[in-house]
Ligand binder design. Sequence first.
Ligand code: FEO
Length: 397
Amino acid sequence: MNESFQAVKISEHVYWVGAIDRGIRDFHGYSIDQGTTYNAYLVLGEKVALIDTVKASFKDELLARVASVVDPSRIDYVVSNHAEMDHSGCLPAIVEAVKPEKVFASVMGVKILAEHFDVPAPLVAVKDGGSLSLRNLTLSFTETRMLHWPDSMFSYVREDGVLFSNDVFGMHLASSQRFGDEVGSWEYQAAKYYANILMPMSGLVTKLLAKMAGMDMDLRIVAPDHGPIWRKDLTEIFSLYSGWAARKPSNRALVVYDTMWESTAIMARSIASGLEAGGARVKVMPLKSSERSDIATELLDAGALVVGSPTMNNNLLPTVADSLTYLKGLKPKGLIGAAFGSYGWSGESVAQVRDYLTAMGVDMAREDVRVKFVPREADLDQCVALGSSIAAALREL
Ligand code: FEO
């Protein structure tokens, strides 16, 4: 075993035994500029349980960290809180290597794991509210269905007050430090994670927070499947989640665009100046230098989304289609917006952008601006007026 991989003790009976992936930059379309961790945990009772595994290529790192505490063959049970492959990818190989008695998952988890792999151990379903005895410790389970997969669940070690929260309360941040109070600035990465993974399920997040508040838990540590572990002030991450889930639109507007020969860029600047003159805070995000997942993050508290594209070959630009497709899937609520762009002869892009935004549920009550070739003064006045009109609507929120 590689002795450079050590477990980290997080409570009397629980160790972090995950893996650090510093090189990853794309997570199914979500750009992660700080890498990530795949957190797995060892619960060392009289019976030994492994909570989640890691991405397949990090199996040896997981086993080495387990071996720094206990012989991996002592693992009696594996609990799968979430079947996505960043947490289950090496499950069959781990089961093959350590031969646990059983693998536990939610009812949907058992089904989904069986649809992914031939797991060489009995797969046993646990119910919402069910528990598993490790003799001197008890693991209890709470279904968190659709946060963010149908199988997702929390596990809780009652005696240590440790909650294993799968992806919820996590973030993509590779660090040598394991705890939130050690890693310095993490708020943007936590917001980015929420926006790109959990935003479509915000209603369920609100319900989950209410359910957690009513649960009989002496919660001391929250241990997610990515990024830092929360101890000390747990209310900070809970309160951020509560705010993001509520998504109260502010008077911030995003102006997102791509451009061919600068006409759409010039329009974007005029729209931004109209927004600013009307008292809105504005973030202009040119797609040549902005990632779709950062735009999603900005949408957590934005009140308006204004999107521009020139027309090329009867279409909006592929970069704009890419971002709009991605953002539509994240279902941001309560936005107002408009479309704009330049064209040479056919000019379909603005209507196409409008269709995307309409499909996202954006309030598109304002008239779009569409300009032939190069905007003139009157066109730019129209852009400024569009910005002012959106700013006025934001003032009324
Ligand atoms: Fe971290 Fe949904 O997997």
